[in-house]
Structure formats: structure tokens, C-alpha cells
Design a protein around this ligand. Sequence first.
Ligand SMILES: [Zn+2]
Ligand SMILES: [Zn+2]
Length: 448
Amino acid sequence: MVNFSEASLETLIAKGGHECACGRRHEMVMDYLSICPGAVKNIPAGLKAIGGTKPFIVCDKNTKAAAWSFVEPVLKEAGIPYTLYCFPFDHVEPDESAVGSLTMNYDPTCDCVMGIGSGVVNDCCKVLCHAIGKKQMIVGTAPSMDGYASNSSSMILERIKVSLYNAAPAAIICDIDIIKNAPMRMLWAGFGDMLAKYVAQCEWRISNLVTGEYFCENVAGLMRTSLKKIVANAPGLKNRDEAAVQATVEGLVLSGIAMSYAGISRPASGLEHYFSHLWEMMALDRGTDYELHGIQVGVGTLLTLKLYDIIRTMKPDRKTAEDFIANFTNEEWEAMIRKIFGQAADTVIMQEHTKFHKNDKDRHAARLNKIIDHWDDILRFIEEELPETAEIEKLMKDLGMPMVPADININREDTENAFIGSRDIRDKYLSSSMLWDMGLLYTTKLPE
Ligand SMILES: [Zn+2]
Ligand SMILES: [Zn+2]
């Protein structure tokens, strides 16, 4: 069996995948991957690997300014023809308008798409490639999120934030010479999105124990090893140190591979991501601005680590949990969901009644038994997976990152509502779900 945490990137994306002790075969469908200083020189090799001869190149004003002077000479020297489309706006939203622009400007004599950018450009190109049936290469410009190698695109569809499942880019080129010069906020965001992986492994194990959800130790190990390397190098991010940026970018790409291996987002996200999702949904509902995903996630991670420091001191009490569930009513729950979710409430309520059934009393009883019987194991997972809160706090502070919700203009009420609503967005078992099962979610005082 291949130990993923010791495997090279080439091995991880090898065709045919790898048999694993968890009983599954893990495969990441990707033709080409290059992460290093000077990686743009590999663009011709990457195009060859995906069978592309004439790319439709997509960028925006910022990513063009960051990378075109690196990319153009390589294309010229290799004699590669292309059609370039640069979004003519200062700010591009990943919505119908952006994908519509790409579709209307698409040159059908091209045989593949080359995105130059990070989150938004990559996501819009995923949607375009899915629609036109072509392969995508992405030339990364910033380490701001872990979506480079993932098949989901985070889009705004009919004014609601959704994840669309398309195809992951067939080739990824991350040139550290370009990426290390990304805006500092984007370096913070990538680091923030990686810090989430501590919580992710912890909650994946808790869910495996409490709900019986699938878990793979080998995939979790891959994320732990990458995280160790990133955190060890983190102080260097401040000076855009190559090793620090390289480790972060690798970690972000590995997260995509790990999610693809697991077939779920578990290896990459836990409660911290739900703070971010809720804050973003609230902003969309109100038509207000919101922070970069990874920066929100960094703030959410620190908050979640502080919450775990409280959970460590708890002990589940059967009577508290049973009294809570005996007094629980669907009417009160729906009213609370309406207050928290605004326009998205109908969907959240419908999901619970038709698909999730997590408020069901019998299911609650089964989960509660597991929690009570295995509380020592849960405390051990927390001990094994989570770093010292003070250590992460110090790293973030030294980098100058936003650390608490107020730093990114989020008030206490929105944070408390995000915490309470976190278990209701998807059917994913989080620490907040466990507190609900213990009858404590609505009474636990969230740390500042
Ligand atoms: Zn496995
Ligand atoms: Zn993320």
C-alpha cells in the first residue's frame, strides 16, 4: 500500500490510483501537475499532456498583470497559438454573467481552456469546460484557496452561493515566482484555508465514531503531514519566502487531491468552514461585501480551536441531553432557521425533512449513546489532532492576519447565529452537531 503522506505528487496523481487499507481505491484524475519556481516553462508539456494545441486563455485584469509577462514568452517561444480573453471588469463575481462572458467570447477553434488566476477564474473555467466538453489547464496566480485541484466550483447561481460539481482542471501549473508575489491577503487566505485542516481531521474522526461515516487514516495522514510542513514554514510567509509559499501551495493542491480521494470534503473542512459559509450567505442575503474565503476560514479556525478548549472541559450528561430533546419542537427550530438563514431558510428546512432527518429523536438517541460511551476517545481525538490554540494565535498574529470576527467586520450576533446554524446547512457532523446531541449547542457560550 502506498503511504500517501510519503508519496510524491506524481505518485499521488498516477493513473489507475492506489488500493488503500480503508478498502477503497483512491484516484485523482489529473494529467499534469507542476509546482515550483519557474513552473511556467512547463506550460507546453502540460498542454501536451492534456492534448491541447490552441488554448482559450482566460484571465482578469489583476491576474493578467501578475502572470502574463511570465506566460506570454513561453507560449511565443514554443510557437503555441492561442485566443486570449481578459474580463474587462475590476471585480469579477463567479456568476452567470462571468460564465456568460466566457461563453460568448469563446473561440471554437480552440481545443482547451487555460485559466490564469486563482479562485474565481479557475471556478468559472471549470463551469465553462464542463459545458463545452474541453479540458482545462490552470496557471495559478495566488495561494488563496484549496480549489485548484477540486472538481467543485464555488459559484453564485440565481443569487445563491452553490457548489457546482464539474471537472477538476486536467493540468495545474503553480509557478512560485508568480505566486509568492500575490497580494499578502491572498497568502493569508491560503494559510487560513490550510489551518482548517486541523479541525477537519478531528471532526472527521469524531463523525466516523458517532455516525459511522467513512474515514480513511491514509488520507487524513496526507493532510497532517502537509500541515506540519506548512506550519513549520509559516513565519516565512511574511517575507514571501519561497519554501513557505511552496509548502502552502502544495498543501492547497494536496487538499484537492485528498477530497477527490475521499470523495467528500471531509479531509479539508470542518466547523470553521461553516462559520465562513454562513457569514457569506448572510452577506449575500443582505447584498453586502465579504472577506476572502480563506481569511474567513482562518478566523473560523481560531474560533473553533477556542471552542474545542471548552469542549475539552465538558462531559456529556445523559439527563441534560434527554431533557433537551424532549423539549425540542420542530416549530421552534423552523422559526430559528428562518431568523438565521433569511431567503435560504426554505431550502434548509426542506433538506432536513426530506433528506437529513438529523433532528429525528431515535437517531439522536443512537448518537448520544456513542458520545457517552466513547467520550474518552473523542477527547483523545481532540488531543491528537488539534494544536495548542495559543500557538496558532501567535502564528496568525505574527503574520498580521485578521484573527477574530470583528477584524473582518462580523458582529457577535452573526457569529453566534453562524455557530447555531452550522449543523443545519448540510448533513455533515461537526462539533456543533455534537454539542446539539449533548443538549448544549444553544447554551454554550461561544468564545470571543
Ligand atoms: Zn483509504
Ligand atoms: Zn476552504
